[in-house]
Design a protein around this ligand. Structure first.
Ligand code: 6PG
Length: 462
């Protein structure tokens, strides 16, 4: 046995990860449900094939691995993971470890750790195919001793930010997959905010896709510098030869989703933690899918107006919305740490997201610094970010006003603004809710003047 690690599942992500491992000088034994795929993979591995062992059976896979074994699963989330673990079990010893590197729901990961009588790690891997091949961000969850066993391989294959690998243990049991889900929730929101700004430029300012692409390219040199802005620029600048026009203009406006953003929204509700920008982004994907209905309603209710807004105001609005969305994501992580008894550290998470993952951005480095100084403070209150918020909130407000006046939808930006206005309102309006609840349900309220609890009325008709 000479392989350092095993990998099951040679789909896009699994293949890329296996090549990455081989390239870093480790020997990886691979297995795939269809054997032809395994052999094709090795044939296409070129020079790296020297570090790859193709195995036809799970027994062969186990035999190829040095002990105690470590096997990465890169199979579709859900039942396939359970099935694969079960199929593998007869060939493994009690110390052999299984690592689920898919986009698992963290609740499944927690359950597996409970019931499996073997070492198990759940790791979130971000960065798409290119990331998996050349350096993803890796969010580990589980026992620190188990993590230590595979950390040399995982840190070697991960992306690094100024020499620091973006592969870290986030926390206990399901924490790695939870952090990955929140990453994806933020990813949805970041993408939606960018899409809304694109919509304002397209429909409000009558700009063509390549012009939008140039704006994004410019922004990518400033404080919004990020993989998603860079991606959006490339998408907007792409040319379609068939129509001799922008490729973006021929893409159907219905977004797909595999579910991780939705899980984040669901878990936020379980935790009672507000993430309205992420929720708006999930809802926006759902609304985008209702194309037929949107076309009918467009015919019934008519069109929209142009807007008049400077491009740099849109840049500031996007910056503001982005900070508010990240503030919500990190607050949710803190709420989860309390609820699940995880030792999540926001500064470690922010550092881990600085390279390799889809939401990597210049701003995450500043977030890491802010959390190093004050790990328990919301980003909204961190001095560096509260200064930017003060400077940019007017632009977000101006943008939402212009968009809503023209009938252009900006659900995530509007949610960000509403969140800001709600959270900086010392005297809110829930006194009315408490009055209503007591009136019809005798739920009781607290008096502000005396602090007395369980108060009831008397109401006007008592
Ligand atoms: C990443 C991505 C990746 C993928 C998700 C989101 O971090 O590399 O988040 O995991 O893009 O599956 O996909 P959906 O948009 O289909 O939910």
């Amino acid at each position: 046995a000479r392989a350092d690690i095993g990998l099951i599942g040679l789909g896009t992500m699994g293949s890329a990860l296996a090549l990455n491992i081989a390239e870093k000088g480790f020997t990886v034994a691979v297995w795939n449900r269809t054997t032809e795929k395994t052999h094709a993979f090795v044939e296409e591995a070129g020079d790296l094939a020297a570090n790859v062992i193709a195995t036809d059976t799970l027994e062969d896979l186990a035999a190829a691995l040095k002990g105690p074994r470590a096997i990465i699963l890169m199979v579709p989330a859900g039942q396939p993971v359970d099935d694969q673990i079960e199929a593998l079990d007869p060939y493994l010893g009690p110390d052999d470890m299984v690592i689920d590197a898919g986009n698992a729901n963290f609740r499944d990961t927690m359950r597996r750790m409970e019931v499996l009588e073997r070492p198990f790690l759940g790791i979130g891997v971000s960065g798409g195919e290119d990331g998996a091949r050349h350096g993803p961000a890796i969010m580990g969850g589980g026992d620190p001793d188990l993590w230590a066993r595979v950390a040399p391989i995982l840190t070697a294959i991960a992306a690094s930010f100024e020499g620091t690998p973006c592969a870290n243990l986030m926390g206990e049991n399901g924490a790695g997959h939870f952090v990955k889900a929140v990453h994806n929730g933020i990813e949805y929101a970041d993408m939606q905010l960018i899409a809304e700004v694109y919509g304002l430029m397209r429909d409000g300012l009558a700009m063509e896709a390549p012009q939008v692409g140039e704006v994004f390219e410019g922004w990518n040199n400033g404080r919004l510098s990020s993989f998603l802005i860079e991606t959006s620029a490339k998408v907007a600048l792409a040319h379609d030869t068939a129509t001799d026009g922008p490729l973006l203009d021929v893409i159907v406006d219905a977004a797909g989703q595999k579910g991780t953003g939705r899980w984040t929204a669901i878990e936020a509700q379980h935790l009672g933690t507000p993430i309205p920008v992420i929720e708006a982004a999930v809802a926006a994907r759902n609304m985008s899918a209702q194309r037929g209905l949107r076309a009918d309603l467009a015919a019934t209710f008519g069109g929209v107006d142009r807007i008049d807004i400077p491009i740099d105001i849109l840049e500031a609005a996007l910056t503001c919305g982005k900070i508010l969305c990240y503030a919500q994501g990190f607050d949710m992580l803190r709420a989860a740490a309390r609820a699940f008894d995880w030792s999540l550290k926001p500064e470690v998470i922010a550092r881990n997201w600085r390279a390799g993952c889809i939401i990597r951005s210049a701003m995450l480095d500043d977030m890491a610094e802010a959390f190093e100084a004050a790990p328990d403070t919301t980003l909204m209150a961190a001095p560096y970010f509260s200064d930017i918020l003060s400077e940019t909130i007017g632009a977000l407000r101006q943008t939402v006003i212009a968009a809503t006046s023209a009938g252009l939808p900006v659900p995530a930006m509007a949610a960000a603004l509403a969140y800001f206005d709600t959270m900086r309102q010392a005297r809110g309006t829930a006194n009315m809710i408490q009055g209503q609840r007591d009136y019809f349900g005798l739920h009781g309220f607290v008096r502000m003047d005396t602090g007395d609890k369980d108060q009831h009325g008397p109401w006007a008709d008592d």
